[in-house]
Design a protein around this ligand. Structure first.
Ligand SMILES: [Zn+2]
Length: 265
């Protein structure tokens, strides 16, 4: 056993003390802020996740689904079968995909990510989104977040779609271009607006940055958004991109409203 005097002389005491303090600090932080479920605040083993009960309530969107709108089908109707919604109102984008159906658990996560000053929740969402968008990655697209108006960005301090895009980029190795699409007109929040109202609200609200688009001529784009509700916003951005010469636009969101399985937003 080393004597205290020798420890002090050799200077090793400092390392031991610091190491001990660091460990105690981590334990103290865990005691003060133990990781909790993103939805119900029950204790969890790891930070930024859901407890097993809430995780089971998430409803991942998996095949069979509409190849255009990504709407889940109850039964497989063949690889090329398109949903009635996509036939009735063909979107200006190629494909839309989403990780989960917008239900109560998804709504809490989105609202905490968006309004709760919790950008770190994007890591959880991005893991599910990277998997849900697996068909979109083969062409090495650019990830482009749906932009916020600069005034709203200042108010909220971060753009939740940009946080999602960066988190997906870390998982897929793809590149993010946050400045490619700009929101040139401040629009009112889409919440509470009807389908037509939402379309009118975002019509002409976006523009494409001429220099940035020039740098990426012809490269496919995946628009990243938190929730796909009626698609009004992503349709408006896709039209703006298409007018600027981008022909291949896909859409990836964390949650998607599915009529009959959703909550009103
Ligand atoms: Zn929970």
């Amino acid at each position: 056993m080393e004597r205290a005097e020798e420890l002090v002389k050799s200077g090793r005491w400092a390392g031991r003390l610091l190491g001990g303090a660091r460990e105690a600090g981590t334990r103290l932080l865990d005691l003060l802020y133990p990781p909790v479920c993103l939805h119900c605040d029950a204790p969890t083993a790891l930070a930024d996740g859901l407890c097993s009960l809430c995780f089971r309530q998430l409803r991942p969107i998996t095949a069979p689904l509409c190849p255009v709108l990504g709407l889940p089908f109850a039964v497989s109707m063949g690889d090329d079968a398109v949903s009635a919604e996509a036939l009735a109102d063909p979107p200006p984008f190629r494909r839309a995909r989403a990780a989960v159906i917008y239900n109560e658990v998804a709504a809490t996560i989105v609202s905490r990510l968006k309004y709760g000053d919790r950008p770190e929740l994007s890591r959880f969402c991005a893991r599910l989104m990277a998997a849900a968008g697996h068909e979109l990655w083969a062409e090495k697209p650019l990830l482009v977040p749906v932009p916020l108006h600069p005034a709203r960005h200042r108010q909220r301090r971060y753009n939740q779609s940009a946080e999602l895009a960066h988190a997906i980029a870390r998982l897929t190795g793809l590149r993010v271009e946050t400045g490619l699409v700009l929101r040139t007109r401040r629009t009112r929040q889409q919440v509470g607006l009807s389908g037509d109202g939402r379309q009118r609200n975002v019509a002409g609200a976006f523009a494409v940055h001429p220099d940035i688009i020039g740098r990426h001529g012809g490269r496919p784009i995946v628009l990243v958004d938190d929730v796909y509700t009626t698609g009004a916003t992503t349709r408006a951005v896709s039209r703006t991109l298409s007018r600027a010469g981008v022909s291949q636009v896909d859409v990836l969101s964390f949650a998607r409203v599915v009529v009959g399985a959703d909550l009103p937003i």
